[in-house]
Design a protein around this ligand. Structure first.
Ligand code: DHB
Length: 367
């Protein structure tokens, strides 16, 4: 097989890369070791930055997003039994979109196949001849470990807690998201629809889901919501533990292999930057590959890693900051807890601080 770009992984990064290359007249082939059904069913964070939603719309894969996504103007942060709203739309004129990553994957797969794109599912290894490789196969994929040994350095932070996440047949407590800081730990109230809630609780890193029967989950969610809204209970459809880790590989390129998304960097889930950073990587990569083929210019390819890492570290900084601000670091009301309450009070009270949060949350500018 001869194709210009070989892409490993049919997640949002690999699929969007293939789609953007196709629009630029460049052929690619995607190899994915899971099945199509698996890729389309994997529930992940569902929060999309302003520019990512616009990218989907502008490149012709935003029709269902425009019909089905929930558009949010801001978020609420609750602490000490008080709810404080940060209005992104008023502060910076941007909104965010709630649309699960699996819906993005479903839409992109459908579009790639309709455009004659090649996606090989359930393939472990393939001999594809190509000029470039897009390593979009996630944190546990084969691409990053295939870098020459001393060529890359990893920057790592592991958090001593995780998230217990549920999907439940119940209306969310608010029409937009509520992030809670509580002495028993963090909680997040998100949604996938008017009667479908996506809810998260801070738990131990090695938490055993079996220790969490439904009633315990609901009691804990209600306690941490702190009475700022009533909480409707419902049938729990899914339960899972999300580990929390910050990780960056530098550089993101070796020879003709270019890493993008989770293959190169992962963030803790607070603020949901993962897919958004992945989309930024492939936007940069598709332009660089296009410049190579259209005008023989390689500066963009040579600068790929530097360009991406600039944004990646800002996303890392923001995800770490949201995480440290909103999670309990010890069981005591200690220095950190007091400092965090002061920080949340400041962040939800100062125009300058709210604007800074809004800019990062809704997405830093992407030219
Ligand atoms: C969701 C997940 C997040 O980590 C977040 O910060 C906001 C929303 C979600 O899955 O809906």
């Amino acid at each position: 097989m001869r194709t210009q770009v070989g892409i490993v992984g049919a997640g949002p990064a690999g699929l969007m890369l293939s789609h953007l290359l196709h629009l630029a007249g460049i052929s690619s082939i995607i190899v994915e070791n899971r099945s199509r059904a698996y890729c389309e069913a994997r529930v992940r964070a569902g929060l999309m930055e302003h520019w990512v939603a616009q990218l989907l719309i502008d490149t012709g894969v935003g029709a269902r997003l425009q019909r089905e996504a929930m558009v949010h103007d801001g978020i609420t942060i609750a602490f000490n039994g008080e709810a404080r709203y940060i209005d992104f739309h008023k502060l910076i004129g941007k909104q965010v979109f709630i649309y699960d990553q699996k819906e993005v994957v479903t839409d992109l797969i459908a579009r790639r196949l309709a455009d004659g794109g090649q996606i090989l599912f359930e393939v472990d290894e393939t001999s594809v001849l190509h000029d470039f490789i897009g390593g979009c196969d996630g944190f546990h994929g084969i691409c990053r470990p295939s870098f020459p040994d001393r060529a890359l350095r990893g920057y790592d932070r592991v958090y001593p807690f995780g998230w217990l996440g549920i999907l439940s047949e119940s209306p969310p407590p608010d029409k937009e998201l509520i992030y809670c800081f509580h002495e028993r730990g963090f909680a997040l109230f998100s949604m996938r629809g008017p009667d479908l809630s996506r809810l998260y609780l801070q738990c131990a890193a090695d938490e055993d889901v079996d220790q969490w029967p439904d009633a315990r989950i609901w009691d804990e969610l209600e306690t941490r919501l702190g009475g700022v809204r009533p909480l409707a209970r419902g049938k729990i459809l899914q339960k899972g533990i999300t580990p929390m880790r910050s990780y960056v590989t530098e550089p993101m390129q070796a020879g003709r292999l270019f890493l993008a998304g989770d293959a190169a960097h992962i963030v803790p889930p607070t603020g949901a930057k993962g897919m958004n950073l992945a989309m930024a990587d492939v936007r940069v990569l598709s332009r660089a590959i296009e410049a190579h083929y259209k005008s023989g210019r390689n500066e963009l390819l040579e600068n790929y890693s530097r360009t991406c890492l600039n944004r990646v570290w800002k996303g890392q900084r923001f995800s770490w900051w949201m995480t440290q601000m909103l999670h309990r670091h010890s069981d005591e009301m200690d220095f950190d807890a007091k400092r965090q309450i002061a920080e949340i009070d400041y962040v939800t009270g100062s125009q300058a601080a709210m604007t800074s949060l809004a800019e990062n949350y809704a997405g830093l500018p992407m030219e």
